[in-house]
Design a protein around this ligand. Structure first.
Ligand SMILES: Nc1ncnc2c1ncn2[C@@H]1O[C@H](COP(=O)(O)OP(=O)(O)OP(=O)(O)O)[C@@H](O)[C@H]1O
Ligand SMILES: [Mg+2]
Length: 269
């Protein structure tokens, strides 16, 4: 295995929806075994970027590579064995409400027809993964009975319950909606998986605390481009006004301008 070769590479990727350009000539090389964090405001294109990595979206221009192989031109069928090596924790969890928690967690393994994993092994691995995320004993519940944070943790358990384990885990907002101690558990879990299982992680988040805790490298997406790329420390020391405002949680001037344009809003009746 060529260690130097990035596990994922995006070359000059551009993606628009109608007249809205979301990704603008974007280059990205994801290093194997590291945790790469992508931050950016809501609507900046973080989820769109992740979807390009698994082929759920295709670029208008540019190329996407997985382990050196171009994947943005592959059809759905050819993508299947590639997607099996990538775990995607969706922003909205995407659990099946009619299946139990245990069945949800085991689903990717039962679905893998190329490799029959024995039922007992699926159950055992599922139980261990639920235990890791702090949901031991939740197997027979169904998702509508769970809190938002519990659903999130089920989705995480499902992402790691793969046999063989995934080469890459893509996390879309893994800590959003969790209370601080639970968010801390997830951050530690992401770290643990990196160190123990040597999985490569890409974490999309607007939770700065989480970004700084889990990231070996943090990139900030803004107007379709990366405006920051470096270690957590480098990000904290950035003198870019856009980066600073994001870190400090301060609105962009144009957002405030929108509010003042509607300053008469309350007196509308
Ligand atoms: N399938 C689509 N069709 C049309 N527009 C889309 C589609 N997917 C995303 N967009 C638009 O692209 C922009 C970026 O969306 P994206 O979901 O990547 O944002 P995000 O950075 O993940 O935001 P958040 O932090 O709120 O999840 C948004 O303005 C969104 O409305
Ligand atoms: Mg998103």
């Amino acid at each position: 295995m060529d260690i130097e070769k990035p596990i994922i590479e995006l070359r000059r990727v551009t993606k628009s929806f109608g007249r809205q350009r979301v990704l603008d000539d974007l280059d990205l090389r994801i290093e194997r075994g590291k945790t790469t964090v992508i931050i950016g405001r809501s609507g900046s294109g973080k989820s769109v970027l992740l979807k390009h990595i698994v082929g759920l979206l295709r670029p208008d221009r540019g190329e996407v590579y997985f382990e050196g192989r171009r994947i943005d031109t592959l059809n759905e069928k050819t993508l299947v064995p590639i997607r099996r090596q990538i775990s995607f924790v969706f922003q909205l969890n995407a659990l099946f409400d009619s299946l139990t928690v245990g069945e949800n967690v085991g689903f990717p393994m039962t679905e893998n027809t190329a490799r029959q994993v024995p039922k007992a092994k699926i159950r055992e691995l599922g139980r261990r993964c639920l235990d890791i995320v702090g949901l031991a004993g939740f197997e027979s519940k169904i998702p509508p009975e769970l809190s938002g944070g519990e659903k999130k943790r089920v989705a995480l358990a499902r992402a790691i319950a793969m046999d063989p384990p995934p080469k890459i885990i893509l996390y879309d907002e893994p800590t959003t909606g969790l209370d601080p101690p639970r968010a801390d558990v997830i951050n530690k879990l992401i770290r643990h998986l990196q160190h123990e299982v040597h999985v490569t992680s890409v974490v999309v988040t607007h939770d700065m605390k989480s970004a700084l805790e889990v990231g070996d490298r943090i990139l900030m997406l803004y107007n379709g481009r990366f405006v920051a790329d470096g270690s957590p420390q480098a990000l904290l020391e950035s003198d870019s006004p856009v980066v600073k405002r994001f870190i400090e949680g301060i609105a962009e001037p144009e957002e405030l301008a929108t509010i003042s344009r509607h300053a008469d809003f309350d007196g509308r009746r």
